[in-house]
Design a protein around this ligand. Structure first.
Ligand SMILES: Nc1ncnc2c1ncn2[C@@H]1O[C@H](COP(=O)(O)OP(=O)(O)OP(=O)(O)O)[C@@H](O)[C@H]1O
Length: 309
């Protein structure tokens, strides 16, 4: 079995898509692993949906490949049982949630019993007989998810699944996706914001203007843990930390940032050096700032915004 053929592994390789002269996706490569939740991130117009559409065989790449378990979507022997997807919530407004799922089940050769099971699974059984046109955004998201889960797929691809969910809905979605990943499924979700999915995803692929700008496990993206210390005697503290092999940097206002996750080490070092500590806490990585830094660097300025050319 080649690496690409690992069941449930998504491999995007040199993927490229042009619309006329416009390059929507440029030489994009990444891998999505089974048993993990991967965030596919980028600002509006970055090329996320175009990439997902190529992965799902809805549009043809100009060059490159996107495979699931080693096969292109169109070549999968049992596509609905291999990949479940929810791209844009596209419902017939007059059709009930149950009937919407029945149509999908019939098209995918999936037994009808799955329909009510899925409505329960996503927490909207009471809405089964209500027209989908009257669903709230959160209910539509859940219906989309029910549709994606109908074939009990190994791989789940969801475009902006958190969009329109209230905080309880977001917590529910996180637990739901974690459970599915725990069963060994591959979960790929897109989002506009790293900070929106930071507690949900294990890995990220960040794109801007159709190109990859960063990818890797969340721990790597967050960077090394840091401890923030406010003290009236920063100089002495930094000296004591250096003597213990702990790197640190000092802001102009005297705030010290030590490169360690060990709060006790910093507290003990300060005590031993006779340095007063006014504040001591773990510093969270500013993921929102990092995301903007990556996606709004001058070379990545959003091609969809600004003056008409
Ligand atoms: N069929 C098409 N014809 C022409 N241009 C297109 C087409 N589909 C997408 N594009 C362009 O390709 C770029 C990427 O669009 P895409 O929808 O993939 O971005 P996205 O990252 O999903 O954005 P959003 O977060 O806003 O949904 C955009 O500039 C868009 O206008």
């Amino acid at each position: 079995m080649t690496d690409d053929a690992v069941p449930g592994r998504i491999v995007v390789s040199g993927l490229h898509k042009t619309f006329g002269h416009f390059e929507a996706v440029t030489d994009l490569s990444f891998t999505v692993e089974p048993g993990r939740i991967t965030g596919f991130l980028g600002p509006n117009g970055a090329g996320k949906t175009t990439t997902l559409r190529m992965l799902l065989g809805l549009i043809h790449p100009t060059r490159g490949t996107a495979t699931i378990g080693g096969a292109r979507y169109v070549d999968l022997p049992h596509p609905t049982q291999t990949v479940g997807a929810s791209l844009e919530a596209n419902f017939h407004p007059g059709r009930t949630g149950r009937n919407h799922l029945r149509v999908l089940a019939a098209a995918g050769g999936i037994p009808d019993e799955r329909v009510d099971e899925m409505l329960h699974l996503v927490g909207i059984p009471a809405a089964a007989n209500k027209a989908a046109g009257g669903y709230s955004m959160g209910m539509r998201q859940r219906l989309g998810l029910a549709g994606a889960m109908l074939g009990d797929p190994q791989v789940l691809v969801l475009d902006e699944p958190a969009n329109g969910l209230d905080p309880e809905g977001i917590r529910w979605l996180r637990q739901f996706l974690r459970h599915l990943a725990g069963e060994g499924r591959t979960i790929l979700i897109s989002s506009h914001l790293l900070s929106e999915v930071e507690h949900t995803v294990d890995d990220v692929v960040i794109i801007a203007n159709g190109r990859s700008v960063r990818s890797g496990p969340m721990e790597e993206i967050r960077g090394e843990p840091k401890v923030l210390v406010r003290t009236p005697n920063a100089g002495l503290l930094v000296e004591a930390l250096t003597a213990r092999g702990v790197q640190s940097a000092t802001d102009p206002d005297g705030t010290v940032h030590a490169v360690t996750g060990d709060l006790a080490l910093i507290g003990d070092t300060a005590l031993a050096a006779g340095v007063a500590v006014h504040e001591l806490r773990t510093e969270q990585a500013d993921l929102e700032a990092l995301f903007f830094e990556l996606t709004e660097a001058p070379e990545n300025a959003n091609r969809n915004l600004g003056a008409a050319s």
